[in-house]
Design a protein around this ligand. Structure first.
Ligand SMILES: NC(=O)c1ccc[n+]([C@@H]2O[C@H](COP(=O)([O-])OP(=O)(O)OC[C@H]3O[C@@H](n4cnc5c(N)ncnc54)[C@H](OP(=O)(O)O)[C@@H]3O)[C@@H](O)[C@H]2O)c1
Length: 290
């Protein structure tokens, strides 16, 4: 971990995305673009941590002057355990995707859920207040999305999952927050999903195998948006299915990726980058690789 600096220049602040695997990560591209646009002097690398040495990798990175890191699969729970302090949204998510290193130690944050809500309410133009929202899946991504979704005050948030007990757990965990924000929160297995949602978010890992959750007739209300957290060069199977089942529009999770990165950048640097150009550039890169 060396950092070359031309004589007379201050060394750049160091950041990285830490994962296993990590070579596919688009984060170095995104943060380099943000740094260029905002004039921030930083370098952002990829760090492949051995599966049994996440904490050691983070500590070595800190010893080499790092200021922060993003954390990706499979280390988000270990990052949660490693942090000396957690933000409220990292506590609620039970997982950490953003680390801040400073004199106080290691702070764990989670920007995934905020990134999701920003993408939906910003570029996609859907205000969540008063809407009926269906969240499919009850894994780490769903849990991270729960508090930001509830804080956006939809009328209804229904969590459905293949393993019904995990959906029930999420509902129980967030019942108080839902009550405070006057959100009707319910959940269960696929068979309990009612009809008529304005927004259906797929946070299952099913798209990877081409699996689409079985939704009832009429799950997609008129004018509804289908959102798949997964993304790729082509529409995901969930997006294609949703459009044929009555959704008016479908979007993938590329915007969420960019928005969660922008939030992490703002946490680290105190300046919020704009995301439109980076989203377009990333889409073009994906399409070029297809
Ligand atoms: N765009 C972004 O920035 C972003 C950020 C985070 C995550 N994601 C995406 O979100 C997805 C979920 O990630 P995660 O971290 O939550 O994963 P996870 O913790 O492993 O949870 C996986 C979830 O998917 C369900 N599932 C898995 N295979 C399924 C299948 N064949 N049919 C139906 N349900 C299935 C699981 O149900 P059971 O409980 O029944 O096993 C569980 O609810 C992934 O595709 C990931 O790439 C995107």
């Amino acid at each position: 971990m060396t950092n070359q600096t031309p004589a007379g220049e201050l060394p750049a602040d160091r950041y990285a995305v830490i994962g296993h695997p990590v070579e596919h990560s688009q984060s170095p591209f995104i943060h380099a673009e943000f740094a260029r646009e905002t004039g921030q002097h930083l370098v952002y690398e990829r760090l492949l941590a051995p599966l049994d040495a996440f904490a050691a990798t983070v500590r070595t990175f800190i010893e080499h002057g790092a200021r922060g890191a993003n954390v990706t699969v499979p280390f988000k729970l270990e990052a949660h355990a490693l942090a000396d302090r957690l933000t409220a949204r990292a506590q609620a998510a039970g997982a950490v995707n953003t680390l801040v290193f400073d004199a106080q130690g290691i702070t764990g944050d989670n920007t995934d859920g905020v990134g999701l809500v920003r993408d939906i309410e910003g570029p996609l133009g859907v205000s969540l207040a008063g809407r009926r929202v269906l969240l499919l899946g009850a894994g780490g991504a769903s849990r991270g999305a729960m508090l930001p979704l509830i804080e956006a005050k939809p009328a209804v948030l229904f969590v459905a999952n293949r393993t019904a007990a995990r959906a029930d757990e999420l509902v129980a965990r967030f019942a108080d927050a839902a009550g405070r924000h006057e959100v009707r929160l319910a959940g269960g297995g696929w068979e309990r999903v009612p009809a008529g949602f304005d927004l259906v978010i797929n946070a299952t890992a099913g798209s990877l195998q081409g699996d689409v959750p079985p939704l009832p007739e009429g799950a997609f209300a008129e004018g509804s948006l289908a959102y798949d957290m997964m993304y790729g060069a082509r529409p995901t199977v969930f997006m294609t299915h949703a459009l044929s089942a009555g959704a008016a529009r479908a979007a993938d999770g590329l915007g969420m990726l960019v928005e969660q990165a922008a939030e992490a950048f703002a946490v680290w640097r105190g300046v919020r980058p704009s995301t439109d150009a980076v989203r377009a550039a990333l889409r073009a890169r994906l399409n070029a690789k297809a």
